[in-house]
Design a protein around this ligand. Structure first.
Ligand code: ADP
Length: 493
């Protein structure tokens, strides 16, 4: 057995490569940013060739930094920004259009048409998704419609579609392997998450020739061999997962009821629901977490649009702090929120309110209100919104929520994590490795070649850095009751 796993983390703004050892230690990291293109309002594109080239640079650099050679790599795992769509010519290897990024909303009108035609329920039942331009299917259709030759080449079988995992694997394997995994396929609007197949009806609806679609392989297990031009070695590619699902795996949320929450600009919350797909009554997404050892694990996913962004606003808008990290000391300068509630609807409100017109508010101000109270109420608002999402997921799933694993920039805030534990009445656990996405796909890749024996072994090497136990006190109950009262005033639901 070779000593290292190479994780490729193909993100939205940068191409990254990381090396992990058998204990799950991160040995080295290399990262190259690539350009974001905004050709029109609400359009977002990447140059797929630039993604490939920066990825290769990151791979070479991480090997150099770790001072290891390709023959010391046991396996490669790939995790990626999800939904972003590449269509390329399989003869020339060139994309026929820039990659259309998940954030891009150019197909929103077509999505509205699908809803108007009554497809919403059927699409949700088959794919677990809401009809939205985020997902790949309508982006493929758009690319094919740009030039008559795009469609004719696609129909002749000369064009291939892939999300970024597929595109990178095709290039890494010298154009031999056209594959994806169910966690990525389940974000296309084309994949039936119950039958575990491309859904012919949806594929026809999006007018995508079946020959364009990659083969869907398990998330763990060898799918092909990476061979870079100057390497004499073929390295197995044996792990694939979309970024949020990879993070769930990297947080060892292997059992139903386990949840990870990433505290960044927004919060990305994913709950493992075990071997059953759970339909959300609240427009949250049902998705495939991974497929491993012949078993498919499902998850439910919800997000809070404004989380760390609240702290950015305190820093840049209100200028009551100079750095995001300062918010913790400021919030600790007071004993409690002084009766304030911060309604964090700076960009509308998502689940469970779905009120895009809601705006933010700070309620309960008195002559005694200090900056510290505002800072504290802002942290409580982040934790309250995460609590609402997690409770809705728990209701949808009918599984009992057991523990919360956290990551992302704002999870470094100890006070925020304590407030979160108190508000959930559950333990909040922060891992030692902050690169949970890359670690997750390294785990999947390592399981795929026997580098690690099984998930039990992973549980043993995974290490927590800190744990926050809930402390029930009157203050917590007061935060919740004021929140409920005041949210009721600003939202219609
Ligand atoms: P993203 O990937 O969305 O850019 P990151 O995971 O890098 O986000 O986290 C950055 C976000 O976390 C910013 O919104 C920042 O304001 C917030 N943040 C960073 N450190 C802290 C902190 N100590 N306390 C609260 N929020 C923080």
């Amino acid at each position: 057995m070779k000593p290292y796993i190479l994780a490729i983390d193909a993100g939205t703004t940068s191409s990254r490569a990381l090396i992990f050892d058998h204990k799950g230690n991160q040995i080295a990291l290399a990262q190259y940013e690539f350009k974001q293109y905004f050709p029109k309002e609400s359009w977002v594109e990447h140059d797929a060739i630039e993604i490939w080239e920066t990825q290769v640079k990151a791979i070479k650099e991480v090997l150099f930094k770790a001072n290891i050679s390709p023959d010391q790599i046991e396996a490669i795992g790939i995790t990626n920004q999800r939904e972003t769509t590449v269509v390329w010519n399989k003869i020339t290897g060139l994309p026929v259009y820039n990659a259309i990024v998940w954030q891009d909303r150019r197909t929103a009108a077509f999505c509205e048409e699908l809803v108007a035609q009554g497809y919403e329920t059927k699409i949700q039942e088959k794919t677990g998704l809401v009809v939205d331009s985020y997902f790949s299917g309508t982006k493929i259709k758009w690319i094919l419609e740009q030039k008559p030759e795009n469609r004719s080449m696609a129909e002749q079988g000369d064009l291939l579609f892939g999300t970024i995992d597929t595109w990178l694997i095709w290039n890494l394997t010298q154009r031999q392997t056209h594959v994806t995994d169910p966690s990525n396929a389940s974000r296309t609007l084309l994949y039936n998450i119950h039958d575990l197949k491309w859904d012919q009806e949806l594929v026809d609806l999006m007018t995508v020739p079946t020959s364009m679609l990659p083969e869907v392989k398990p998330s763990s297990g060898i799918v092909g061999y990476a061979q870079l031009a100057e390497w004499n070695y073929n390295i197995p590619i044996s792990g694939i997962a979309g970024d949020q699902q990879a993070a769930l795996f990297g947080q060892i949320c292997f059992d139903a009821g386990e949840v990870k929450n990433t505290y960044g600009t927004g919060c990305f919350c994913v709950m493992n629901t075990g071997e059953k797909p759970v339909k959300s009554n609240n427009k949250m997404l049902t998705t495939i977490a991974w497929q491993l050892n012949g078993k498919t694990t499902y998850a439910i996913e919800g997000s809070v649009f404004i989380a760390g962004a609240l702290i950015q606003w305190l820093r840049d808008g209100m200028q009551i702090i100079e750095s995001s990290a300062e918010v913790e000391a400021l919030a600790k300068s007071v004993e409690n929120n002084g009766g304030l509630t911060f309604i964090p609807a700076l960009a509308g409100l998502g689940a469970p309110y779905w009120d895009s017109n809601a705006t933010g508010a700070i309620m309960g101000i008195t002559r005694g209100t200090e900056k510290g109270h505002i800072a504290r109420a802002a942290l409580e608002a982040i934790a309250m919104r995460s609590r609402e999402i997690i409770f809705e997921m728990q209701k949808d799933a009918g599984v009992v929520f057991s523990s919360l694993k956290v990551d992302g920039g704002a999870s470094k805030n100890n006070l925020l994590m304590q407030i979160q534990a108190d508000l959930l009445n559950a333990e909040v656990i922060r891992p030692r490795t902050t690169e949970t996405t890359a670690l997750g796909v390294a785990f999947l890749a390592g399981l795929g070649t026997g580098f690690w024996k099984d998930q039990e072994e992973l549980k043993k090497i995974w290490q927590k850095e800190a744990a926050f136990q809930p402390i029930q006190n009157e203050n917590t109950a007061k935060i919740v009751s004021l929140w409920n009262l005041r949210m009721g005033k600003i939202t219609t639901k």
